[in-house]
Design a protein around this ligand. Sequence first.
Ligand SMILES: Nc1ncnc2c1ncn2[C@@H]1O[C@H](COP(=O)(O)OP(=O)(O)OP(=O)(O)O)[C@@H](O)[C@H]1O
Ligand SMILES: [Mg+2]
Length: 256
Amino acid sequence: MSTTVNHVTKRFGDLVAVNDLSFEIRPGEIIGLLGPNGSGKTTTVRMILGLLEPDDGQVLVGGFDPHVQPLEVKRRIGYVSEEPILYQAMTPREVYELVASVREIDAETVQQRLERYLSSLDAASAMDAMIATLSRGNRQKVQIIAALLHQPEFLILDEPLTGLDAKAVRVFKEIVALHRERGSSVLFSTHILEVAAELCTTIAIINKGKMVAMGTVAELEKRAQAAGASLEDVFLRLTEEDASVQAIVRRLREEG
Ligand SMILES: Nc1ncnc2c1ncn2[C@@H]1O[C@H](COP(=O)(O)OP(=O)(O)OP(=O)(O)O)[C@@H](O)[C@H]1O
Ligand SMILES: [Mg+2]
C-alpha cells in the first residue's frame, strides 16, 4: 500500500505551514520527514491522518482520501503522536483491550503481540496503573504498543523517541526496521538527523513547509561530499540554520 502527498498546501491565516509538498511512501520504505521546529512536519502528518484538510493538493492513503473515506484510512494506519494522547484515567491494560476491540484483533493474537512488545520494551510492570501516574517515557511506550497492535500497513511516527530511555530507543528502532522488512511503510518525522540517517530508506528535508532535498542517505551524503561538507552541514545549510546557529552561539558567548 502506497501513500501519496501530492502538491499539498496548508495555511493558517497568513502563515503557509506546508507549501506545495509532494512525496510518496511505498511498501517497504521508511521516509524520514526531517526538518527544524516549526517546519511543517506535524501539520503534514495531521493532513495524512485526516485531522486537517489541505487547502490545496491531495493526500491518498492506499488510494483513499482521508477526508472522504476516513475509516478506510484509519484501518490501515498506526499513529504515534508527538504528545502522548491517551486516556489519563485508563490503565495501559484497558487501552490495549480497547484497541484490540476497535481493531477487531482476536484474543490470542493480541496476547502474543502484547507479550512480545511488553517484554522487549520493558513495559509490563505498570499495566494496571492509571496512565496519568506513568512517567513520560512509559506513557510513550503505551502509545507505541497501542499503535503497533494491529500491525498496520502504514506506521506514522511523529517524534516517537521523545522520552524513551536508551534501551527503549534501541529496541523501538529495531521494531520499526522489522516492520519495514515485512513490507509495511513508515513515515518517521524527526528533527534529529542521526536518527533519520540510521533508520530511513529515504530522507525528505523540509524547511518552512517546503521540500528542500529528498533522497537516500547515500545520495544525500554523496551530494554533501561533493560540496566538501558533512551531511549535517548540508542539513543545517538546507534549513538555513548554520548561519543563524553560529550567530546565536556567538551572542550567547558574548553575553555570558
Ligand atoms: N492549528 C494551528 N494554528 C495556527 N498555526 C499553526 C497550527 N498548527 C501549526 N501551526 C504553525 O504551523 C507551523 C508548522 O507547525 P508544525 O507543528 O507542523 O511544525 P513541526 O515541523 O511539527 O515542528 P516541531 O519540530 O516543533 O514539532 C508552525 O509555525 C506552527 O506554529
Ligand atoms: Mg511537530
